[in-house]
Design a protein around this ligand. Structure first.
Ligand code: NAD
Length: 316
């Protein structure tokens, strides 16, 4: 049984808690949040003890791993703290705010021999497994290009730390761009060879971008363009994969539509086996902690997401 701790009982904490409760190999031993009421609320329905200081939690508890759901500027230091205690870490995406921070985390994992994984969770939507296989087998011919548009009223009801560059590393591009880059790297297995970026923050004038665009080429020549708008706009989220003989469209990040040649798009029903993406991620984390083959995002892989984002921010 893996005794897991959760640090950060904010918006995404509940998804990790629910996954742990469903997983027969895991139990929630401890939950920590600076805000005691949040830790207590997340602990409801579990036997987890609660803490407001993760350092105390690490001293008191015997943990086989921790899941860190923290503001981005804390990712590096808190990850390294647990790795140095010999406690394996799943850090939420994005891995960190800078490549330098990623390097420090990787070095700490290597030096201590303690496993580190990153919560790039969207790759567990079954549609991306189908797409990965289609790209590998060239079912609709060769993949030529990818487009993504993701619009959401990003600044509504968002915790304040998301809105400063120093704390969040960036705005909508840092947050959703990390998901996009992971999905594209995951399904294609290719790194970026060329990247252009543009963006602005005409909405609030804060120092994080509310609107951004990426244009990049992957090794082998596939091109991609991604547009994010976090202004006061209707929600829209669509990713298109164009092949030499057809296209695939992912609606809302998970619904797969396919067309062969120039036929109309048809929705594909995919069985998720009753597991959501956080359930799947935890199953992969357990395999990773056991030293088995796993689809979990490794730190070296996840650093490449930050390499691309850092390159993009240098142009915005
Ligand atoms: N995988 C996904 O789909 C997904 C979705 C949302 C957020 N995230 C990521 O999860 C992470 C957390 O995001 P969120 O939306 O849950 O943020 P949030 O602001 O809702 O929660 C963060 C929590 O951390 C707590 N905290 C801050 N400093 C702390 C400290 N020193 N010790 C203990 N607790 C502390 C805060 O009190 C807060 O409750 C980010 O990396 C974010 O990008 C991932």
């Amino acid at each position: 049984m893996f005794r897991l701790g959760i640090v950060g009982a904010g918006a995404i904490g509940i998804s990790h808690k629910n996954a742990i409760l469903k997983n027969p190999d895991c139990e929630i031993t401890a939950i920590c949040d600076l805000a005691e009421e949040k830790a207590l609320q997340l602990a409801e329905g579990t036997d987890a003890r609660t803490y407001t200081d993760y350092r105390v939690m690490a001293e008191v508890e015997t943990l086989d791993g921790v899941i860190l759901n923290l503001p981005h500027f804390l990712h590096k230091d808190v990850t390294i703290f647990f790795l140095e205690k010999g406690i394996p870490v799943l850090i939420e995406k994005p891995m960190a705010n800078t490549v330098e921070e990623c390097d420090a985390m990787i070095a700490a994992s290597q030096k201590t021999g303690t496993p580190l994984a990153v919560g790039h969770v969207q790759r567990y939507y079954p549609c991306y497994h189908v797409l990965k296989e289609m790209i590998e087998k060239e079912t609709l011919g060769k993949l030529c290009s990818i487009t993504e548009v993701r619009n959401i009223s990003y600044f509504e009801n968002r915790p304040r730390w998301f809105l400063t560059k120093a704390q969040a590393g960036g705005g909508i591009l840092m947050n959703y761009g990390a998901h996009t880059l992971d999905k594209i790297f995951y399904v294609t297995g290719k790194p970026i060879t060329k990247l252009y970026a543009a963006g602005n923050n005409f909405l609030t004038g804060d120092d994080v971008e509310a609107s951004a665009q990426l244009l990049f080429t992957l090794e082998g020549g596939v091109s991609a363009s991604c547009t994010y708008c976090g202004c006061k706009v209707p929600m829209f989220y669509e990713t298109n994969f164009y092949f030499t003989n057809g296209m695939a469209q992912v609606r809302g990040g998970q619904e797969l539509w396919l067309s062969e040649g120039n036929q109309p798009l048809r929705k594909v029903d995919i069985d998720d086996g009753g597991k959501n993406i956080f359930d799947c991620q935890l199953i992969e984390l357990v395999k990773f902690l056991k030293g088995e083959e796993s689809h979990i995002a490794t730190p070296a892989y996840s650093k490449e997401v930050i390499v691309a984002l850092e390159q993009a921010f240098s142009q915005i």
